[in-house]
Ligand binder design. Sequence first.
Ligand code: NDP
Length: 600
Amino acid sequence: MDDEADSEVRARRKALDAKYRAERDRRVRADGAAQYLRPSGAYARYLDDPYVEPGFTRAPVHDDVDAVIVGAGLGGLLAAARLRQAGVKDIRIIEKAGDVGGTWYWNRYPGCACDVESYIYMPLLEELAYTPTRKYAPAPEIAAHCKAIARHFDLYDLALFQTEVTDVTWREDTARWTIRTDRDDAFTAKYVVVVSSRLHRPQLPGAPGIETFRGRSFHTSRWDYAYTGGDHTGGLTGLTDKRVGIVGTGATAVQAVPHLGAWAKELYVFQRTPAPVDVRNDRPTDMDWARSLPSGWQKDRMANFNLVTTGQKVDADLIDDGWTDLVVNVRLAAQRRIEAGEMIDDPAAIVQLADDARMERMRERIDRVVQDRATAEALKPWYAQACKRPCFHDEYFPTFNRPNVTLVDTRGKGLQRVTETGVIAGDREYPLDCLIFATGFTYNDDYTDIIGFDITGRGGLRLSEKWKDGAATLHGLTSRGFPNCFIVSATQAGHAVNFQYTLDLSSTHIAYIVSQAEARQARTLEPTAEAEAAWVDVVVAETELRSAVLAECTPGYLNNEGKVDMRARRNSQYFKGPVAFQKVLEDWRAEGTMPGMELG
Ligand code: NDP
């Protein structure tokens, strides 16, 4: 690269850096005011389950089971399925919702769908002989698949729904856990598997006055179809004479906004930070293709996706979508620029340049699609892609060309307040009949706060206490002092775009450990202090590069709202990714001696 071109690249990068920093600073709240409200007290009604009949009661349960699984989302179902396959008999799942499905139970908003390809996201397709109808399956189809898994593995008989765990305590004398719930259950189990995602506790914006709003208001994970009419495909006939506001522009809002725009008399989209929205390109499944797939195809396809999204070489990118493009095409674009002599020989700079190209492509798409110039400018994301979860949609931006749709860009500030009759943002009041919160879920780094109960292990040791400076686990799954207890979460477990894959890796590993413990007639199992400390070191070391990037990001749940400290690093995922995590677990099992695991 000649000097002139070199300095041009540097100048461009410097300008972009300055722009990114300015955008981030707009979003930072110097006054330290809460960014979000938790639905409790005056806001507790936002948690009510609109999908069940009110007034459910049942007799408390007092019995003993082999294993209890807390949480019946895909992770809980996979853990149960793998334990069942390992020969565990009495398996009880406990779930606060009215059925299995987890996030796919709660999220039924119009347009809700998975944006990881359904052929790799929906587990156990071959086992259940099911073919998804589309490349990106809609939410009800995934919810139905969750129920099919529960039926296939006989998980309904002992299940307790509409039930929240309040306490899990180890009893040394019987070597069993006692589990208590908000329905006065108190039963025991040899094994406890806690599988609770971070996306199950809806949050509201940190704006005063929400409780005073007199119109209809709900969170997207509790969609009020009785009010809006229609279903996940749209048809929101109840809104044709309504002024509707939606707060938030994350992955949820991006999917719901096109339907709201199509049906509301007026729609106001309150934006704090613009979303990074790329091409979706959904399509129905080619059933001839599906029939032609050989046995074992799903595992191979998942593996291909993992390889591609961790930057490894494959013969073909089988999935070929926005996620794989994040790594493949963008890297190629960077490569081309290097070949044109444009760049310095530095891997971080290559990644950065590739990222710049991708974000620029997104902004150009907005310019092409959105007619109003000011709206187009306000919709443009100015940050590195790693700062925000990518979104994929083809109707989101065109919705802003509708005459009934207004983008209210709060320029990083969020809502000022909610009034009895609407919302104040940017010192202007927007009168509304309906206010919808697409403001996401509590996603902090306090594990027991997220799951909603503490776990009391050996000698009264509380997990909240042990993990107060950050998690300590072996492979993200077991923690010393908590015998026969497994934790399945993102914490210290393999990072993956297709997170369901990590859930299955963890589930398979748990089933192996349990079957080994049973074969050896062990009463208890837990990791040694040394093995645990070594894994924590491995996890923390992998956060080095990423932490530096995240610290520069606009605040959000991916960077712990801007607080990237050692505790956050310990609570992070194992960033080497799913391929490396799988190898760690498989190598460990191959040893045959369960190294670092103490049996009692
Ligand atoms: P997010 O946390 O991603 O987004 C919340 C939105 O609310 C952000 O745009 C946020 O702005 C905004 N917000 C919060 N407070 C205020 C305020 N006071 N005023 C204005 N705006 C505010 O939640 P989502 O429900 O969109 O997504 C949660 C997660 O669910 C996703 O990250 C993804 O993992 C998952 N998901 C997956 C889908 C899939 O297809 N697989 C689809 C949908 C969701 P800001 O950006 O400034 O913080």
